[in-house]
Unconditional design. Sequence first.
Length: 258
Amino acid sequence: MKYFEPRLLSVASRSYSMKSSCLKSCFVLFFILLTSVYTSAQKGELSQARISFSETMWNFGYVPKTGKVIHTYQIKNIGQDTLVIVKVRTSCGCASAPLSKQRIAPDETAKMKVIFDPRKIRVGETIKRLHVISNDPNNPFADVQFTAKIGKRNSLVKLTPTEINFDTIAQGIEDVRTVTVENISGEELFMELIEGPGDNVELDFESRILKPGESTKINLKLKKGATSGNLQTSLTLDFEGSRIARVSIPIGGVVVSK
């Protein structure tokens, strides 16, 4: 007769419980969505809500493994009925995606702020998915994706530092941090801003053109009117020559109200 260690049985039991809970959650979401579509069908018409995204694939490029990076997807209702976002599910615990609103009137837009934490992912290239569940009968389980190269260096530029931290600062006080960008590619590069850090941080580029071996600076100024609370944003840049390297810089800190 074989005997099993109680600890192993406990782990197996917890694993089964987690899987069971996940299946129940998925079933509930599916049931809610199916009920909504069925109710509309009984009334003689399906929902005319139609979901559309600003993009279905986003590339963070090279990101350090030490900080969070952010991208905001725009979700637009291009249909004739109110679009209802039932839930957004992520493919891993490394990302969250809060919505600015869940009900979107025809021709209106909502923001889906994707916060990716590469600290929970191993070094290398990764691709993650987000499942947006809505009452669009043509696309009830829409997918968007994002990619990143975690903890790896690119061959075009060297950034120092790779992450900006404003630490803890009182609201109403301006503070400046600087990133030095060195061209290590051997050819002239143009620096292009792809996605800025939002309203709380102001950018100043010393130069956007870098000759081989040259360095330039990016100054990031925390504004006096910065919103109190945790500051969590990022900056995404493209460096273009005969090749292109995309880099995202995490930006963090805490703004304390007076």
